[in-house]
Design a protein around this ligand. Structure first.
Ligand code: ADE
Ligand code: ZN
Length: 347
């Protein structure tokens, strides 16, 4: 169902943004580890961390680019040892997402960050999966998992990771590609993604966050991904913009992440509006909310305030999030109806 969206005054728009049902499609679960939980887990597990306090850790979150963030993000994940730790992290994220009216989440996890420290794959996946199951029952939020390969590591290591994960094939719906983008083009993982495709897994990849439009082209044409994570650099290539719009290939855009990692100098210069106005199926997501200063609603509120997006754009973004998701068609229709209902009845 598509509706005529009524104009909403600027003072009422934040309430509509909070209230509208939405799907989050780009969240690294390790990036939801709040400093308080890092400290609590460090203490519980006897892991030493090189920060004296929560405040000192938070003060270290001043990033200049993607790599400066990743160094701290991987260090933060070192407090995760046991299945219960992975459960607690994911459960905390899902409770927070539900407060923002996230009805559905597709959650990235980075198993190699943990298996490299001697943690078993089953420890990681079972903890995260159990949190997703419990959240459906207790919070009425649906959630599924997407395994990400770290692109700064080798093809061989990605294949080994896939092998370790396959006994748990029923607990994740797809694979992605993340970590340091520059110098690690998607085609490095062509054979891994071809195998994942044969296995019937959904395919996504980070491309065009800091990297060039060429990486988005190869993610599409070589890896054959269904969604591009970030993809904001596509605006530099008119032919690519046309391809994304025509084929309705979604971009999972993360405005506060782009701000904190200096992809754009300020939010007013973010290109989300240009992407939407060009007909690209863009969505709004939080990426690593504990590090970038905001969960879903904060991303919507700050981006709308800075760029002058309207209720029309909000409706489009909510619909895009469910269109771009990997949920089954019946559930997608029900979520779209809920979006239409909120917009129709909003005064
Ligand atoms: N891993 C966690 N966050 C990431 C990002 N924004 N880009 C690439 N890899 C990541
Ligand atoms: Zn990301």
């Amino acid at each position: 169902m598509s509706i005529a969206v009524k104009p909403v005054s600027p003072d009422r728009l934040p309430e509509l943004l909070r209230r509208m049902p939405k799907a989050e499609l780009h969240i690294h679960i390790e990036g939801s580890l709040e400093p308080e939980l890092i400290f609590a887990l460090a203490q519980r597990n006897g892991v030493a961390i090189p920060y004296a306090s929560v405040d000192e850790l938070r003060r270290a979150y001043a990033f200049t680019n993607l790599q400066s963030f990743l160094d701290i993000y991987y260090a933060g994940a070192s407090v995760l040892l046991h299945e219960q730790d992975f459960y607690d992290m994911a459960r905390a994220y899902l409770a927070r997402a539900a407060m923002d009216n996230v009805a559905h989440a597709e959650i990235f996890f980075d198993p190699q960050t943990h298996t490299a420290r001697g943690i078993k794959m089953e420890t990681v996946i079972n903890g995260l999966h159990r949190a997703c199951v419990d959240a459906q029952a207790e919070l009425n939020i649906s959630a599924s998992l997407i395994l990400c390969f770290l692109r700064h590591l080798s093809e061989k290591e990605a294949f080994e990771t896939l092998e370790q994960a396959l006994p748990h094939r029923d607990k994740f719906i797809g694979v992605g590609l993340d970590s340091s983008e520059l110098g690690h083009p998607p085609e490095k993982f062509a054979r891994v993604f071809a195998r994942c495709r044969e296995l019937g897994l959904h395919l996504v990849a980070h491309a065009g966050e800091e990297g060039p439009p060429a990486y988005i082209w190869t993610a599409l044409d070589v890896l054959k991904v269904e969604r591009i994570d970030h993809g904001v650099q596509s605006a530099r290539d008119p032919a690519l913009m046309k391809r994304l719009a025509q084929d309705r290939i979604p971009l999972t855009v993360c405005p506060l992440s782009n701000l904190k990692l200096c992809v754009f100098p300020d939010l007013a210069q973010h290109n989300l509006r240009a992407l939407l106005d060009a007909g690209v199926v863009a969505t709004v997501n939080s990426d690593d909310p504990a590090y970038f200063g905001g969960y879903m609603n904060e991303n919507f509120l700050q981006t709308f305030a800075a760029t002058g997006l309207t209720a029309q754009h909000a409706y489009r973004l909510a619909c895009n999030s469910f269109e771009a998701s990997f949920i089954e068609p019946g559930a997608r229709r029900r979520y779209m109806d809920q979006v239409a209902e909120v917009f129709s009845s909003f005064e």
